[in-house]
Design a protein around this ligand. Structure first.
Ligand code: ZN
Length: 447
């Protein structure tokens, strides 16, 4: 009996293995290089950046090698022991490149291994012909950076070298001059409100008094509609830097009570996070109602926080599941591959038809993670729901470096999938084009 059972198991294994191996069988030699070359020819949709305006950069004291340290390398230096006061000094004091380097050097030596610093090295080698970052190169590199920005460097790197045809910028930093930029808008004044002072400043900004909860909701609607007129293509929600992304469905009465306690307080009155939460949750639902009405996609920051903020429980993507069910007509995208919640993201994107994956920033967090989960997502999630590139950077050099890593990972994952017969060569190319370009165009309604 035991023998028969073992035979059945063995036969099942043989049959299922054969079935898997037979999905795609025809391998034409040279497919590895052809896939790499194809990925290199693709136009790229960059789903997320925080670019400094290149015109504005010229008037700052960080148009030198330190530009490239923003913000990942600086976060790494702090993690490697740099005191906050030293970091402030680097931003405020007008130091020469060599003086900056002397301050940075011990922390660079502690963190040279991290991927954002490797990406920086890749970028300066390819873009500026400089092989290392050290006391003998920081001055030359800084001169080359200043010289480059005198010309049309910004467009040259993004358009000519990266072949990017759209960038979704977080906010309106870059300006109208760059017609391939579109922008996502945050509404944090409504989602993280805790002080009386914030309501007053909002009223001044929106040029309308705010006395009641209805006034407050109206101010959100006005801000939303004016952003629409200015060309907003998505709502960006990054409140997990300040609070949890678990949102309850709050009645107007409950929200009104919180609002009244705030509006009746003194100018410096502040609610605790727990006291403020029902009002903030209520406003999130108001914002989603607007997004639904205007068919605006909604992007959530999920997972790892930048800038040393470290309450990872606040940004667990599973906390959003109730919103995905409640707003089936809104398309939600979860940023940063939800690092480190990649498996959780798999389940959400697989089970909710309105949940999409965005891998922006993952290449600067851990390429090994990006590779592991791209591999999984290609197996578990419809390919139309994966967006594989966004730099999430402040300068074009770092976006360029991130894109090189992204293309390498996309190519490597797809080559492996062709090698083991999971995809044909032509299917792999279709996947590459969708995840690096076409899905972004569709998701942000730019076609
Ligand atoms: Zn970002």
């Amino acid at each position: 009996m035991r023998f028969r059972i073992s035979m059945i198991i063995l036969l099942t294994v043989i049959i299922s293995t054969e079935t898997q191996e037979q999905i795609k069988t025809s391998l034409n030699p040279g497919y590895e290089q052809r896939i790499k070359d194809y990925v290199d020819t693709l136009k790229i949709f960059d789903t997320h950046e925080h670019m400094f305006n290149p015109e504005m950069l010229k008037s700052t004291n960080f148009l030198d090698f330190s530009l490239l340290l923003q913000q990942n390398s600086y976060d790494g230096f702090v993690s490697a022991g740099m005191p906050d006061s030293t970091l402030k000094q680097l931003f405020i004091e007008p130091l020469a490149p060599k003086e900056k380097w002397e301050i940075i050097r011990p922390y660079w030596n502690n963190s040279f291994n991290t991927v954002y610093n490797r990406i920086l090295l890749l970028a300066i080698k390819n873009l500026y012909g400089i092989d290392d970052l050290n006391e003998s190169t920081v001055e030359t590199l800084s001169l080359k950076i200043r010289k480059a920005y005198e010309g049309d460097w910004f467009n040259h790197v993004l358009k000519d070298l990266c072949r990017i045809d759209y960038v979704i910028e977080d906010g309106e930093n870059v300006g109208d001059k760059y017609d391939y930029f579109r922008y996502a808008k945050r509404f944090n004044s409504w989602l993280t409100l805790r002080t009386k002072y914030s309501i007053d400043s909002l009223a001044v900004m929106e040029v309308e008094p705010i006395y009641t909860l209805e006034d407050y909701v109206k101010s959100l609607k006005n801000a939303f509609e004016s952003a629409l007129k200015k060309g907003m293509v998505a709502v960006k929600i990054n409140v997990s830097y300040k609070r949890t992304i678990s949102f309850d469905n709050v009645t107007p009465e409950t929200a009104r009570k919180v609002f009244h306690s705030l509006i009746n307080g003194n100018e410096d009155f502040t609610l605790s996070p727990q006291e403020a939460k029902p009002l903030q949750d209520y406003m999130l639902h108001q914002l989603l109602a607007l997004a639904e009405k205007y068919k605006m996609p909604v992007a959530f920051h999920t997972g790892l926080q930048a800038g040393g903020i470290n309450i990872i429980d606040n940004s667990d993507p599973r906390l959003l599941a109730n919103l995905f069910s409640e707003y089936p007509d809104i398309n939600f995208v979860l940023f940063h591959g939800s690092y480190p919640f990649g498996g959780e993201l798999t389940t959400l994107a697989r089970n909710f038809k309105n949940v999409y994956i965005d891998m922006n920033w993952t290449y600067s967090i851990s390429p090994a993670y990006a590779e592991r989960y791209l591999n999984e997502w290609i197996e578990a999630v419809p390919v139309s729901k994966i967006m594989a590139f966004g730099g999430d950077q402040r300068c074009v050099e770092n976006t360029y470096g991130n894109l090189l890593i992204a293309k390498q990972i996309v190519s490597d994952v797809l080559i492996e999938k062709v090698r083991n017969g999971y995809l044909s060569e032509s299917e792999a190319k279709t996947v590459a084009k969708m995840i690096l370009h076409d899905n972004g165009v569709k998701f942000y309604n730019l076609n």
